[in-house]
Write a protein that binds this ligand. Structure first.
Ligand code: ZN
Length: 507
């Protein structure tokens, strides 16, 4: 067989795998759309019934992905040469998905899918009524399934929590994360004390007030577009908790909420737009494939937080557009200078709610969740003890104590969705972003670009090094390829200390 014939045959095998994967992706897309609908538009009564549809779709998905046909084709494809990097990534992702699913009995998988589809509503109600006991039994059940599934998938001697962490961030096991969070705890907890004891007063009363919802919506759409979100391939809707859903790189959906505090919605939008821009930047050869999304949860957060913090909370960013803000809200911001506004949106205020946290305290919120998840999964921590432990840790790291579970352990939806191992990526993302900023500043005048409103230059660097690769490379490799260094959390600590010592004149 000559080279040409061989390559022809390769295409044949991959060509047979493709329609199988396309059917699976169609089901996956429908599932994502239902999820989006549940969070934005679906009526309350629909929940139970939609959960059954979701269960059936998940089962069908699992059937395809674990079928004999896929198994055989994947085996053949593995031996193939001459495939592109994208094709190899798709095959690798399919293989991982196969391995993940084939170990879980279909009946259990379906029961679990129905459980999590329903649990989001149980959680929402428990949160509304500040009643942790109403959620605890469901949470116990979710943890039971999570540990069971991780047990099926654990490779020789692998810890259960490491199996879960691996789903969100390859190359970041407990060992690596203990080092990372250890550094944050050691450096940031005492630094935060210095900042809160500093005598620098920052006024931010004007951020709360009469900010009409329709004006906020106008601002949200303006900002999303200004930072580069493409509304021809994306939409912006409203939901209780802001999030981004991507069907593929031509259909990306952001949500936000509108609150009395204008910066809450404002930075949520820039944050979600960062997620969206990442997804829109994935190369077309990966569209509607298993490799056609962001590399990992952490890499995703690095992009959203890069846009939110490194770009959005930078004074230079507001130079060309602060006038627009004053025009939209003349009563509230007409007399507030740009400098005052930027200082206000960077004010450090240790609080109880992660999603409302400032940049400095943010990763300490994540630290609390990491430590508790580890205890839940690895040390069989009794779920009933969560609210108390949660409160103790908040008091220790942030100096604040929740008075009810709604502002404590019930605040995030993640556990209700079975997303154990997800939280660490929020902190990792911030650290990745700081490393990227450090790298960029070596070759470009970052602030000057913001001042001139040339965000596309920054966006193109991110697209070239990160976005276009989708899942072709994992986060550590992307970081290495971009910056020439392995993950280095010290940049993050240095970035925060430098920024906030300046703002609070702590040195
Ligand atoms: Zn995010």
């Amino acid at each position: 067989m000559d080279q040409e014939q061989r390559e022809e045959r390769n295409k044949e095998t991959y060509g047979m795998l493709k329609p199988c994967l396309e059917r699976a992706m169609a089901l996956q897309t429908a599932l994502i759309l239902f999820e989006w609908d549940n969070e934005t538009l679906a009526p309350e009564e629909a929940g139970k019934y939609t959960a059954r549809v979701q269960g059936a779709l998940s089962e069908a998905y699992q059937e395809i992905m674990t079928g004999e046909k896929i198994k055989r084709l994947l085996e053949q494809c593995r031996k193939e040469t001459g495939l592109s990097e994208a094709e190899r990534a798709i095959i690798r992702e399919a293989q991982e998905e196969y391995d993940r699913l084939v170990r879980i009995p279909p009946k259990e998988y379906r029961a679990y899918q129905e459980l999590v589809a329903e649990s989001a509503r149980v959680w929402a109600k428990a949160k509304e009524q500040q009643d942790f006991a109403a959620f605890a039994p469901v949470l116990k059940e979710i943890i039971f399934y999570q540990k069971r599934f991780a047990g099926y998938r654990a490779k020789d001697g692998q810890k259960l929590y490491d199996v879960m962490l691996d789903d969100y961030e390859k190359g970041f096991s407990m060992k690596k994360l203990d080092e990372f969070f250890g550094l944050l705890k050691e450096e940031l907890v005492p630094f935060l004390k210095k900042v809160t004891q500093s005598r620098t007063e920052i006024r931010d009363d004007f951020l709360t007030g009469d900010y009409p919802e329709e004006k906020q919506r106008e601002l949200a759409e303006f900002l999303a577009e200004y930072v580069g979100f493409d509304f021809k391939r994306g939409v912006l809707a409203q939901s209780a908790h802001p999030f981004t859903t991507n069907l593929h790189n031509h259909d990306v959906r952001l949500t936000t909420h509108y609150k009395k505090r204008v910066d809450s919605s404002l930075f949520s939008v820039i944050h979600e737009a960062g997620h969206g821009i990442y997804e829109l930047g994935v190369a077309d050869e990966l569209t509607q494939t298993l490799a056609g999304q962001g590399a990992s949860m952490g890499m995703h957060e690095s992009q959203s937080r890069f846009f939110e913090n490194m770009i959005g909370r930078n004074e230079a960013f507001w130079e060309p557009i602060y006038k627009k803000l004053q025009e939209l809200f003349p009563k509230e911001l007409g007399k507030v200078s740009r400098e005052e506004f930027v200082r206000a949106v960077n004010k450090v205020q240790p609080g109880l709610i992660r999603t409302e946290a400032d940049e400095l305290t943010y990763s300490l919120h994540v630290l609390v969740r990491y430590e508790l998840e580890k205890m839940l999964i690895e040390e069989n921590l009794n779920v009933e003890k969560l609210p108390e432990l949660w409160a103790d840790k908040y008091e220790e790291y942030l100096g604040v104590r929740p008075q009810n579970p709604a502002e404590g352990v019930l605040q995030d939806i993640h556990w209700a969705q079975g997303s154990f191992g997800y939280f660490p990526s929020y902190a990792l993302g911030s650290a990745f972003a700081a490393q990227m900023l450090q790298f960029m500043k070596k070759s470009m005048d970052f602030e000057e670009l913001l001042r001139k409103g040339e965000i596309e230059v920054i966006r193109h660097v991110l697209k070239r090094h990160i976005h276009r690769f989708g899942k072709m490379r994992d986060s550590r490799q992307l970081l290495r390829d971009m910056t020439g260094e392995d993950f280095e959390p010290r940049y993050y600590v240095e970035y925060l200390k430098e920024k906030y010592s300046r703002l609070y004149q702590t040195e």
